[in-house]
Design a protein around this ligand. Structure first.
Ligand code: NAG
Ligand code: NAG
Ligand code: NAG
Length: 214
């Protein structure tokens, strides 16, 4: 699980590039995020109620599933490449289609959950798009091949397998084939915090406002 610290508040709210005055920044100290390190199952448990909600929580920022067809680790499990199709980055189309379908169903669940929990402010965050854009732009952003990962080389030291700690993590999007590097997460966070990939499109500092008329 991950707790995202709140960022400095601003006086006006950014909604789809326009400023909507009159909404004050939220006063909550933190946003609670469900699930594992990639939040790939976290959104599911939040939507389906498998996680126990933190007491008194009213504001939920729910990240959707990322492009799992681009996770280097998953590409190891493709048995017959000629049967599969891949995009221009080398990501597996079938796995990514599964994530897109999952996200569609997640969004529908959250729409129902908003009706069920009228006191809660529930924001759906399209981190899939943030991650996929990053992968498509890897080269322009100074990253190496997005399907390679940093600690892929296992060396033997005194007969023991160790991770290669010589790699330059700033040059990679994937840390270990599963988790994103700090460099990648920094850019992903930057592209989601202002709300441009959120529904409703509120910046994280204003995500507590529910029933906003846009
Ligand atoms: C949100 O931030 C991203 C990344 O910095 C930027 O590309 C985008 O234009 C911003 N959107 C708005 C609505 O400010
Ligand atoms: C891989 O799939 C292709 C197309 O379905 C098939 O012709 C080929 O025999 C398969 N290769 C193996 C090793 O199973
Ligand atoms: C690490 O990678 C980054 C991004 O590609 C690059 O700017 C930097 O110079 C590299 N550092 C070293 C020590 O190679």
């Amino acid at each position: 699980m991950l707790v995202l610290a709140m960022f400095a508040s601003s006086v006006a709210i950014v909604v789809g590039g326009a400023e909507v005055k009159g909404l004050s920044p939220c006063s909550f100290p933190a946003i609670f995020n469900f699930g594992d390190s990639n939040s790939d199952t976290g959104a599911y448990s939040a939507a389906l109620g498998a996680s126990r909600l933190p007491d008194g929580a009213r504001t939920f920022w729910i990240l959707n599933m990322g492009p799992i067809g681009c996770l280097p680790i998953n590409l190891n499990y493709i048995l017959n490449r000629t049967e599969e199709s891949f995009d221009q980055n080398g990501c597996n189309n079938r796995w990514n289609r599964m994530a897109v379908e999952y996200n569609k169903q997640l969004k529908n669940k959250l729409i129902k959950l908003r009706r069920k929990l009228p006191e809660a402010a529930i924001t759906y965050v399209d981190v899939y798009t943030a991650k996929y854009r990053l992968i498509c732009n890897a080269k322009n952003l100074g990253f190496t091949n997005p399907l390679k990962y940093c600690i892929q080389y296992i060396k033997k030291k005194n007969g023991i397998k160790v991770e290669d700690d010589q790699c330059n993590a700033s040059a990679y999007i994937s840390w270990d084939g599963t988790h994103y590097t700090d460099a990648a997460n920094h850019l992903i966070a930057k592209s989601i915090l202002n709300g441009s990939l959120s529904d409703p499109p509120l910046s994280i500092t204003h995500a507590c406002h529910k029933h906003v008329t846009l």
